[in-house]
Ligand binder design. Structure first.
Ligand code: UDP
Length: 492
Protein backbone atom coordinates (compact mmCIF):
# COMPACT_ATOMS: atom_id res chain seq x y z
CA UNK A 1 0.00 0.00 0.00
CA UNK A 2 1.31 3.42 -0.92
CA UNK A 3 1.99 5.58 2.09
CA UNK A 4 0.82 9.14 1.52
CA UNK A 5 3.17 11.47 3.39
CA UNK A 6 1.37 13.91 5.68
CA UNK A 7 1.36 17.39 4.29
CA UNK A 8 3.16 20.08 6.24
CA UNK A 9 0.62 22.43 7.76
CA UNK A 10 1.45 26.06 8.58
CA UNK A 11 -0.68 28.91 9.92
CA UNK A 12 -0.41 32.61 9.09
CA UNK A 13 -1.98 35.52 10.92
CA UNK A 14 -2.95 38.80 9.21
CA UNK A 15 -3.68 41.98 11.16
CA UNK A 16 -6.38 44.41 9.88
CA UNK A 17 -5.61 46.44 6.77
CA UNK A 18 -5.24 45.45 3.13
CA UNK A 19 -1.56 46.34 3.26
CA UNK A 20 -1.03 43.50 5.75
CA UNK A 21 -3.58 41.06 4.43
CA UNK A 22 -2.56 41.00 0.75
CA UNK A 23 1.13 40.09 1.30
CA UNK A 24 0.15 37.50 3.95
CA UNK A 25 -2.23 35.85 1.45
CA UNK A 26 0.50 35.94 -1.19
CA UNK A 27 3.05 34.39 1.16
CA UNK A 28 0.57 31.66 2.10
CA UNK A 29 -0.11 31.00 -1.55
CA UNK A 30 3.62 30.53 -2.27
CA UNK A 31 3.84 27.82 0.39
CA UNK A 32 0.67 26.16 -0.91
CA UNK A 33 1.68 26.21 -4.58
CA UNK A 34 5.46 25.77 -4.50
CA UNK A 35 5.73 23.52 -1.45
CA UNK A 36 2.29 21.88 -1.39
CA UNK A 37 1.74 22.86 2.23
CA UNK A 38 -1.64 23.00 3.89
CA UNK A 39 -1.99 26.66 4.72
CA UNK A 40 -4.45 28.20 7.18
CA UNK A 41 -4.73 31.98 7.19
CA UNK A 42 -6.31 33.68 10.19
CA UNK A 43 -7.68 37.11 9.35
CA UNK A 44 -8.27 39.50 12.23
CA UNK A 45 -11.27 41.68 11.45
CA UNK A 46 -12.96 44.63 13.05
CA UNK A 47 -16.53 45.72 12.34
CA UNK A 48 -15.14 48.51 10.21
CA UNK A 49 -12.04 47.00 8.65
CA UNK A 50 -11.94 46.96 4.90
CA UNK A 51 -11.00 43.29 4.80
CA UNK A 52 -14.47 41.84 4.43
CA UNK A 53 -15.55 44.43 1.91
CA UNK A 54 -12.99 43.10 -0.51
CA UNK A 55 -14.55 39.68 -0.95
CA UNK A 56 -13.57 39.34 -4.63
CA UNK A 57 -9.99 39.41 -3.38
CA UNK A 58 -10.50 36.18 -1.45
CA UNK A 59 -12.08 34.25 -4.29
CA UNK A 60 -8.73 33.94 -6.04
CA UNK A 61 -7.15 32.39 -2.94
CA UNK A 62 -9.97 30.23 -1.61
CA UNK A 63 -9.08 27.09 -3.55
CA UNK A 64 -5.55 27.06 -2.20
CA UNK A 65 -5.86 28.40 1.30
CA UNK A 66 -7.99 27.69 4.36
CA UNK A 67 -9.03 31.25 5.20
CA UNK A 68 -10.50 31.72 8.68
CA UNK A 69 -12.04 35.07 9.59
CA UNK A 70 -11.79 35.56 13.33
CA UNK A 71 -14.91 37.18 14.85
CA UNK A 72 -14.72 40.99 14.70
CA UNK A 73 -12.81 42.55 17.56
CA UNK A 74 -14.53 45.54 19.12
CA UNK A 75 -12.18 47.90 20.93
CA UNK A 76 -14.23 51.04 20.28
CA UNK A 77 -14.54 51.69 24.03
CA UNK A 78 -10.76 51.73 24.41
CA UNK A 79 -9.77 53.74 21.34
CA UNK A 80 -9.39 57.50 21.57
CA UNK A 81 -9.39 59.96 18.67
CA UNK A 82 -5.74 60.79 19.17
CA UNK A 83 -4.59 57.17 19.41
CA UNK A 84 -1.78 56.28 16.99
CA UNK A 85 -2.55 53.67 14.32
CA UNK A 86 0.18 51.40 15.76
CA UNK A 87 -1.45 51.43 19.21
CA UNK A 88 -4.90 50.79 17.72
CA UNK A 89 -3.59 47.77 15.82
CA UNK A 90 -1.71 46.45 18.85
CA UNK A 91 -4.90 46.73 20.91
CA UNK A 92 -7.01 44.93 18.32
CA UNK A 93 -4.48 42.13 17.96
CA UNK A 94 -4.19 41.74 21.73
CA UNK A 95 -7.96 41.26 21.97
CA UNK A 96 -7.89 38.69 19.16
CA UNK A 97 -5.41 36.41 20.98
CA UNK A 98 -7.85 34.28 23.05
CA UNK A 99 -9.96 33.33 20.05
CA UNK A 100 -6.83 32.72 17.96
CA UNK A 101 -5.62 30.30 20.64
CA UNK A 102 -8.93 28.42 20.60
CA UNK A 103 -8.86 28.18 16.79
CA UNK A 104 -5.25 26.94 16.72
CA UNK A 105 -6.01 24.32 19.36
CA UNK A 106 -8.70 22.91 17.06
CA UNK A 107 -6.54 22.67 13.92
CA UNK A 108 -5.68 19.15 12.75
CA UNK A 109 -2.87 18.46 12.16
CA UNK A 110 -1.39 21.10 14.42
CA UNK A 111 0.61 23.50 12.22
CA UNK A 112 4.38 23.21 12.46
CA UNK A 113 4.83 26.97 12.22
CA UNK A 114 2.99 30.21 12.91
CA UNK A 115 3.85 33.25 10.78
CA UNK A 116 2.57 36.63 11.92
CA UNK A 117 2.93 40.14 10.58
CA UNK A 118 4.47 43.01 12.54
CA UNK A 119 1.39 43.46 14.74
CA UNK A 120 0.92 39.79 15.54
CA UNK A 121 4.03 39.06 17.59
CA UNK A 122 2.01 38.57 20.80
CA UNK A 123 0.86 35.32 19.20
CA UNK A 124 4.38 33.93 19.64
CA UNK A 125 3.30 32.84 23.13
CA UNK A 126 0.62 30.65 21.52
CA UNK A 127 3.16 29.24 19.05
CA UNK A 128 5.46 28.35 21.94
CA UNK A 129 2.63 26.70 23.85
CA UNK A 130 1.83 24.43 20.89
CA UNK A 131 5.48 23.76 20.00
CA UNK A 132 5.32 25.58 16.67
CA UNK A 133 8.14 27.45 14.98
CA UNK A 134 7.47 31.17 15.05
CA UNK A 135 8.19 33.59 12.25
CA UNK A 136 7.55 37.28 11.77
CA UNK A 137 6.73 38.37 8.22
CA UNK A 138 7.65 42.02 7.84
CA UNK A 139 5.40 43.26 5.05
CA UNK A 140 7.53 46.43 4.82
CA UNK A 141 11.13 46.91 3.79
CA UNK A 142 14.39 45.89 5.48
CA UNK A 143 15.27 49.44 6.55
CA UNK A 144 12.05 49.70 8.58
CA UNK A 145 12.75 46.25 10.00
CA UNK A 146 16.20 47.49 11.04
CA UNK A 147 14.59 50.43 12.84
CA UNK A 148 12.05 48.15 14.54
CA UNK A 149 14.78 45.85 15.89
CA UNK A 150 17.01 48.75 16.90
CA UNK A 151 14.28 50.83 18.54
CA UNK A 152 14.23 49.14 21.99
CA UNK A 153 18.03 49.46 22.18
CA UNK A 154 18.51 52.90 20.68
CA UNK A 155 21.04 55.35 21.96
CA UNK A 156 19.19 57.95 24.06
CA UNK A 157 21.38 60.87 22.91
CA UNK A 158 20.80 59.95 19.31
CA UNK A 159 17.05 59.65 19.91
CA UNK A 160 16.91 62.97 21.73
CA UNK A 161 18.83 64.71 18.91
CA UNK A 162 16.41 63.22 16.37
CA UNK A 163 13.21 64.09 18.22
CA UNK A 164 14.04 67.55 19.54
CA UNK A 165 16.87 68.86 17.32
CA UNK A 166 15.68 67.10 14.16
CA UNK A 167 19.08 65.48 13.57
CA UNK A 168 19.32 62.27 11.52
CA UNK A 169 18.76 59.03 13.43
CA UNK A 170 21.67 56.63 13.09
CA UNK A 171 20.67 52.98 12.78
CA UNK A 172 23.87 50.89 12.99
CA UNK A 173 25.21 50.04 9.53
CA UNK A 174 22.20 51.56 7.72
CA UNK A 175 21.54 54.83 5.94
CA UNK A 176 20.78 57.58 8.48
CA UNK A 177 17.10 58.45 8.82
CA UNK A 178 16.47 62.15 8.16
CA UNK A 179 13.89 63.78 10.42
CA UNK A 180 11.64 64.77 7.49
CA UNK A 181 11.31 61.06 6.60
CA UNK A 182 10.91 59.71 10.10
CA UNK A 183 8.14 57.48 11.42
CA UNK A 184 5.15 58.78 13.41
CA UNK A 185 6.44 57.63 16.75
CA UNK A 186 9.25 60.20 16.73
CA UNK A 187 6.69 62.98 16.18
CA UNK A 188 4.85 61.89 19.34
CA UNK A 189 7.56 61.49 22.01
CA UNK A 190 5.05 62.14 24.79
CA UNK A 191 2.88 59.19 23.75
CA UNK A 192 4.38 56.60 26.13
CA UNK A 193 1.94 53.87 25.14
CA UNK A 194 3.00 54.20 21.50
CA UNK A 195 6.71 54.11 22.39
CA UNK A 196 6.17 51.05 24.61
CA UNK A 197 4.07 49.23 22.02
CA UNK A 198 6.70 49.74 19.34
CA UNK A 199 9.58 48.76 21.62
CA UNK A 200 7.72 45.58 22.63
CA UNK A 201 7.20 44.62 19.00
CA UNK A 202 10.95 45.06 18.41
CA UNK A 203 11.81 42.84 21.38
CA UNK A 204 9.19 40.23 20.45
CA UNK A 205 10.34 39.89 16.85
CA UNK A 206 13.92 39.38 18.02
CA UNK A 207 12.71 36.13 19.69
CA UNK A 208 11.44 34.67 16.41
CA UNK A 209 12.94 31.63 14.71
CA UNK A 210 13.20 33.74 11.59
CA UNK A 211 12.08 37.01 10.06
CA UNK A 212 10.80 37.08 6.50
CA UNK A 213 10.91 40.49 4.86
CA UNK A 214 9.14 41.65 1.70
CA UNK A 215 12.33 42.90 0.08
CA UNK A 216 15.23 41.38 -1.84
CA UNK A 217 19.03 41.40 -1.72
CA UNK A 218 19.54 43.69 -4.73
CA UNK A 219 17.15 46.33 -3.41
CA UNK A 220 18.63 46.81 0.08
CA UNK A 221 22.08 45.15 0.21
CA UNK A 222 23.57 47.50 2.81
CA UNK A 223 20.67 47.20 5.26
CA UNK A 224 20.44 43.43 4.91
CA UNK A 225 24.18 43.16 5.56
CA UNK A 226 23.82 45.32 8.70
CA UNK A 227 20.96 43.14 9.95
CA UNK A 228 23.19 40.07 9.74
CA UNK A 229 26.47 41.60 10.92
CA UNK A 230 27.24 40.51 14.51
CA UNK A 231 29.00 43.84 15.06
CA UNK A 232 26.02 45.89 13.87
CA UNK A 233 22.32 44.96 14.18
CA UNK A 234 23.15 41.26 14.40
CA UNK A 235 24.50 42.12 17.87
CA UNK A 236 20.98 42.85 19.11
CA UNK A 237 19.42 39.63 17.87
CA UNK A 238 20.70 36.53 16.13
CA UNK A 239 17.35 35.97 14.40
CA UNK A 240 17.98 35.02 10.75
CA UNK A 241 16.52 37.48 8.22
CA UNK A 242 15.09 35.99 5.02
CA UNK A 243 14.34 38.48 2.21
CA UNK A 244 11.55 36.75 0.24
CA UNK A 245 10.15 39.59 -1.87
CA UNK A 246 8.75 41.15 -3.74
CA UNK A 247 5.54 39.27 -2.94
CA UNK A 248 2.63 41.11 -4.49
CA UNK A 249 -0.77 40.15 -5.79
CA UNK A 250 -0.26 39.63 -9.53
CA UNK A 251 -2.51 41.50 -11.95
CA UNK A 252 -5.26 39.38 -13.49
CA UNK A 253 -5.12 39.24 -17.31
CA UNK A 254 -6.59 42.51 -18.60
CA UNK A 255 -9.16 40.67 -20.67
CA UNK A 256 -10.62 38.91 -17.62
CA UNK A 257 -14.17 40.27 -17.31
CA UNK A 258 -14.12 39.81 -13.52
CA UNK A 259 -11.37 42.35 -13.02
CA UNK A 260 -12.70 44.66 -15.74
CA UNK A 261 -13.61 48.03 -14.40
CA UNK A 262 -14.36 51.44 -15.86
CA UNK A 263 -10.78 52.43 -15.12
CA UNK A 264 -9.36 49.63 -17.27
CA UNK A 265 -11.78 50.34 -20.11
CA UNK A 266 -10.75 53.98 -20.00
CA UNK A 267 -7.05 53.11 -19.91
CA UNK A 268 -7.47 51.01 -23.07
CA UNK A 269 -8.19 54.24 -24.96
CA UNK A 270 -5.11 56.15 -23.81
CA UNK A 271 -1.63 56.28 -25.38
CA UNK A 272 1.07 54.03 -23.91
CA UNK A 273 2.80 55.36 -20.79
CA UNK A 274 0.74 58.57 -20.78
CA UNK A 275 -1.41 58.20 -17.64
CA UNK A 276 -0.58 59.12 -14.05
CA UNK A 277 -2.29 56.84 -11.50
CA UNK A 278 -3.06 58.63 -8.22
CA UNK A 279 -3.93 56.67 -5.07
CA UNK A 280 -3.22 56.81 -1.34
CA UNK A 281 -3.58 53.13 -0.52
CA UNK A 282 -6.33 51.44 1.42
CA UNK A 283 -6.52 53.96 4.26
CA UNK A 284 -5.05 57.29 3.16
CA UNK A 285 -7.18 60.42 3.18
CA UNK A 286 -6.53 64.15 2.60
CA UNK A 287 -8.00 67.29 4.10
CA UNK A 288 -10.47 69.34 2.06
CA UNK A 289 -7.85 72.03 1.31
CA UNK A 290 -5.31 69.44 0.24
CA UNK A 291 -7.81 67.67 -1.97
CA UNK A 292 -8.54 70.97 -3.71
CA UNK A 293 -4.83 71.69 -4.29
CA UNK A 294 -4.25 68.20 -5.65
CA UNK A 295 -7.17 68.56 -8.06
CA UNK A 296 -5.76 71.86 -9.30
CA UNK A 297 -2.24 70.44 -9.53
CA UNK A 298 -3.50 67.60 -11.71
CA UNK A 299 -5.49 69.95 -13.89
CA UNK A 300 -2.60 72.40 -14.33
CA UNK A 301 -0.16 69.62 -15.22
CA UNK A 302 -2.32 68.79 -18.27
CA UNK A 303 -1.33 65.14 -17.94
CA UNK A 304 -3.72 62.24 -18.27
CA UNK A 305 -4.71 60.68 -14.92
CA UNK A 306 -6.76 58.07 -13.07
CA UNK A 307 -7.41 59.31 -9.53
CA UNK A 308 -8.86 57.19 -6.71
CA UNK A 309 -10.68 59.75 -4.55
CA UNK A 310 -12.08 59.57 -1.03
CA UNK A 311 -14.09 62.18 0.90
CA UNK A 312 -11.85 64.65 2.75
CA UNK A 313 -11.17 64.11 6.44
CA UNK A 314 -9.67 66.73 8.75
CA UNK A 315 -7.07 65.76 11.32
CA UNK A 316 -6.29 62.19 10.21
CA UNK A 317 -4.20 61.01 7.28
CA UNK A 318 -5.45 57.42 7.71
CA UNK A 319 -9.15 58.25 7.80
CA UNK A 320 -10.25 55.23 5.74
CA UNK A 321 -8.08 52.64 7.49
CA UNK A 322 -10.60 51.66 10.16
CA UNK A 323 -13.82 52.67 8.45
CA UNK A 324 -15.62 52.14 5.19
CA UNK A 325 -16.75 55.21 3.34
CA UNK A 326 -19.70 54.88 1.04
CA UNK A 327 -19.63 55.77 -2.62
CA UNK A 328 -21.81 58.72 -3.64
CA UNK A 329 -25.09 57.64 -5.28
CA UNK A 330 -24.29 58.67 -8.84
CA UNK A 331 -20.52 58.16 -8.61
CA UNK A 332 -19.74 61.89 -8.89
CA UNK A 333 -17.83 63.09 -5.85
CA UNK A 334 -19.21 66.40 -4.61
CA UNK A 335 -16.06 67.30 -2.66
CA UNK A 336 -13.84 68.14 -5.64
CA UNK A 337 -13.52 71.73 -6.93
CA UNK A 338 -16.56 72.95 -8.89
CA UNK A 339 -16.37 71.86 -12.49
CA UNK A 340 -13.20 69.77 -12.03
CA UNK A 341 -14.72 66.54 -13.31
CA UNK A 342 -16.26 68.13 -16.39
CA UNK A 343 -13.20 70.26 -17.20
CA UNK A 344 -10.87 67.24 -17.06
CA UNK A 345 -13.25 64.75 -18.67
CA UNK A 346 -11.09 64.42 -21.78
CA UNK A 347 -7.87 63.65 -19.94
CA UNK A 348 -8.80 62.23 -16.59
CA UNK A 349 -10.89 59.66 -14.77
CA UNK A 350 -12.01 59.94 -11.16
CA UNK A 351 -12.72 56.63 -9.39
CA UNK A 352 -14.39 56.70 -6.00
CA UNK A 353 -12.87 54.80 -3.06
CA UNK A 354 -11.19 51.80 -4.68
CA UNK A 355 -9.58 50.77 -8.00
CA UNK A 356 -8.14 47.42 -9.12
CA UNK A 357 -4.66 48.74 -8.47
CA UNK A 358 -2.44 45.91 -9.62
CA UNK A 359 -4.36 45.71 -12.91
CA UNK A 360 -4.17 49.49 -13.33
CA UNK A 361 -0.42 49.57 -12.70
CA UNK A 362 0.11 46.67 -15.11
CA UNK A 363 -1.77 48.51 -17.88
CA UNK A 364 0.51 49.75 -20.63
CA UNK A 365 -1.09 53.22 -20.62
CA UNK A 366 0.13 53.94 -17.09
CA UNK A 367 3.44 55.82 -16.98
CA UNK A 368 3.59 57.16 -13.41
CA UNK A 369 2.17 56.60 -9.93
CA UNK A 370 1.50 59.35 -7.41
CA UNK A 371 1.36 57.33 -4.21
CA UNK A 372 1.38 57.48 -0.42
CA UNK A 373 4.21 54.93 -0.74
CA UNK A 374 2.74 52.09 1.27
CA UNK A 375 5.19 49.24 0.73
CA UNK A 376 2.74 47.09 -1.27
CA UNK A 377 1.95 49.96 -3.61
CA UNK A 378 5.69 50.55 -3.98
CA UNK A 379 6.41 46.93 -4.86
CA UNK A 380 3.49 46.86 -7.30
CA UNK A 381 4.95 49.91 -9.00
CA UNK A 382 8.42 48.36 -9.25
CA UNK A 383 7.14 45.05 -10.60
CA UNK A 384 5.29 46.96 -13.31
CA UNK A 385 8.22 49.28 -14.09
CA UNK A 386 6.28 52.44 -13.15
CA UNK A 387 8.23 55.42 -11.68
CA UNK A 388 6.67 57.14 -8.69
CA UNK A 389 5.85 60.49 -7.14
CA UNK A 390 5.98 60.14 -3.35
CA UNK A 391 3.36 61.63 -1.08
CA UNK A 392 3.85 59.91 2.28
CA UNK A 393 1.01 60.28 4.79
CA UNK A 394 1.63 58.19 7.94
CA UNK A 395 3.40 55.20 9.51
CA UNK A 396 6.70 54.32 7.78
CA UNK A 397 5.74 55.86 4.43
CA UNK A 398 8.37 58.61 4.87
CA UNK A 399 11.08 55.95 5.16
CA UNK A 400 9.75 54.27 2.03
CA UNK A 401 9.95 57.63 0.28
CA UNK A 402 13.61 58.02 1.25
CA UNK A 403 14.34 54.52 -0.08
CA UNK A 404 12.65 55.30 -3.41
CA UNK A 405 14.11 58.78 -3.92
CA UNK A 406 17.47 59.13 -2.14
CA UNK A 407 18.57 55.47 -2.01
CA UNK A 408 17.22 54.21 -5.34
CA UNK A 409 16.42 57.20 -7.57
CA UNK A 410 13.20 55.76 -9.05
CA UNK A 411 10.89 58.45 -7.66
CA UNK A 412 10.51 62.13 -6.95
CA UNK A 413 9.02 63.85 -3.90
CA UNK A 414 5.79 65.85 -4.00
CA UNK A 415 6.15 67.17 -0.51
CA UNK A 416 7.39 70.69 -0.12
CA UNK A 417 4.74 71.58 2.38
CA UNK A 418 3.39 75.13 2.30
CA UNK A 419 1.55 77.21 4.93
CA UNK A 420 -0.84 75.14 7.01
CA UNK A 421 0.89 71.93 5.96
CA UNK A 422 -0.81 71.94 2.56
CA UNK A 423 1.18 71.03 -0.56
CA UNK A 424 0.44 73.76 -3.09
CA UNK A 425 -0.92 73.23 -6.61
CA UNK A 426 2.22 74.57 -8.35
CA UNK A 427 4.46 72.20 -6.41
CA UNK A 428 2.21 69.30 -7.36
CA UNK A 429 2.07 70.38 -10.99
CA UNK A 430 5.89 70.57 -11.13
CA UNK A 431 6.37 67.15 -9.50
CA UNK A 432 3.92 65.56 -11.97
CA UNK A 433 5.68 67.10 -14.96
CA UNK A 434 9.08 66.02 -13.61
CA UNK A 435 8.04 62.38 -13.86
CA UNK A 436 5.49 62.36 -16.69
CA UNK A 437 6.99 64.83 -19.17
CA UNK A 438 9.03 62.97 -21.81
CA UNK A 439 11.54 65.82 -22.03
CA UNK A 440 12.34 65.85 -18.31
CA UNK A 441 15.64 64.19 -17.48
CA UNK A 442 14.48 63.25 -13.98
CA UNK A 443 11.63 61.18 -15.40
CA UNK A 444 13.92 59.45 -17.89
CA UNK A 445 16.39 58.47 -15.16
CA UNK A 446 13.60 57.29 -12.83
CA UNK A 447 12.10 55.14 -15.60
CA UNK A 448 15.49 53.54 -16.37
CA UNK A 449 16.07 52.88 -12.67
CA UNK A 450 12.67 51.32 -12.06
CA UNK A 451 13.19 48.98 -15.02
CA UNK A 452 16.53 47.90 -13.57
CA UNK A 453 14.81 47.17 -10.23
CA UNK A 454 11.97 45.31 -11.94
CA UNK A 455 14.55 43.07 -13.60
CA UNK A 456 16.37 42.48 -10.31
CA UNK A 457 13.05 41.52 -8.67
CA UNK A 458 12.32 38.98 -11.39
CA UNK A 459 15.78 37.48 -10.98
CA UNK A 460 15.38 37.30 -7.17
CA UNK A 461 12.05 35.45 -7.45
CA UNK A 462 13.09 33.03 -10.21
CA UNK A 463 14.46 29.58 -9.43
CA UNK A 464 18.03 30.04 -8.16
CA UNK A 465 17.30 33.66 -7.20
CA UNK A 466 17.93 35.02 -3.69
CA UNK A 467 14.27 35.36 -2.62
CA UNK A 468 13.38 31.99 -4.09
CA UNK A 469 16.24 30.46 -2.08
CA UNK A 470 15.13 32.21 1.13
CA UNK A 471 11.63 30.81 0.80
CA UNK A 472 13.00 27.31 0.14
CA UNK A 473 15.05 27.51 3.33
CA UNK A 474 12.06 28.57 5.42
CA UNK A 475 9.91 25.84 3.84
CA UNK A 476 12.53 23.27 4.76
CA UNK A 477 12.52 24.50 8.35
CA UNK A 478 8.73 24.22 8.50
CA UNK A 479 8.89 20.68 7.13
CA UNK A 480 11.55 19.46 9.54
CA UNK A 481 10.70 21.66 12.52
CA UNK A 482 14.41 22.49 12.80
CA UNK A 483 16.09 25.83 12.22
CA UNK A 484 19.77 26.80 12.19
CA UNK A 485 19.10 29.06 15.12
CA UNK A 486 17.64 26.28 17.28
CA UNK A 487 20.40 23.88 16.22
CA UNK A 488 23.02 26.43 17.23
CA UNK A 489 21.29 27.04 20.55
CA UNK A 490 21.16 23.31 21.18
CA UNK A 491 24.90 22.99 20.42
CA UNK A 492 25.82 25.90 22.67
N1 UDP B 1 -5.31 48.86 -3.18
C1 UDP B 1 -6.14 48.59 -4.25
N2 UDP B 1 -6.99 49.57 -4.68
C2 UDP B 1 -7.04 50.80 -4.11
C3 UDP B 1 -6.20 51.08 -3.01
C4 UDP B 1 -5.34 50.08 -2.57
O1 UDP B 1 -6.13 47.48 -4.81
O2 UDP B 1 -7.83 51.63 -4.56
C5 UDP B 1 -4.38 47.80 -2.71
C6 UDP B 1 -2.99 48.04 -3.27
O3 UDP B 1 -2.85 47.43 -4.53
C7 UDP B 1 -2.10 47.44 -2.20
C8 UDP B 1 -2.91 47.62 -0.91
O4 UDP B 1 -4.25 47.85 -1.30
O5 UDP B 1 -1.88 46.08 -2.45
C9 UDP B 1 -2.43 48.80 -0.09
O6 UDP B 1 -1.26 48.47 0.55
P1 UDP B 1 -0.10 49.53 0.81
O7 UDP B 1 0.96 48.83 1.59
O8 UDP B 1 0.35 50.16 -0.44
O9 UDP B 1 -0.77 50.68 1.65
P2 UDP B 1 -1.70 50.70 2.96
O10 UDP B 1 -3.07 50.64 2.48
O11 UDP B 1 -1.31 49.55 3.82
O12 UDP B 1 -1.35 52.02 3.56
Amino acid sequence: MEVVPTKTHIALLASPGMGHLIPVLELGQRFAVHHRFLVTIFVVTTNASTAKSQLPLYSSYRDLLNIVFLPPVDVSDLVTDSMAIVSQLVLIMRHAMPILRTEIAELKPCPSALMVDLFGTEAFKIAEEFGMLKYMFDTGNAWFLALSLYYPHQDETNKHGHVYLHKPLNIPGCAPLEYEDTVDLYFQPEDRALQDDFAKMGLDMARADGILVNSWEYLEPKTLKALRDPNLLGRLSSVPVHPVGPLIRPAKPVKDPVSRSAALDWLDLQPAGSVLYVSFGSGGTLTADQLTELAWGLELSQQRFVWVVRPPIEGSAFGSFFRQDKRTEDGTPDYLPDGFVSRTREVGLVVEMWAPQTEVLAHQSVGGFLSHCGWNSTLESIINGVPMICWPLYAEQGMNTAVLTDHLGMATRAREVGPGGVVGREVIEKAIRRVMDEDEEHGRLARAKVLELKHSAEVALAKGGSSHGSLERVAKECKTGRTDLRERARGA
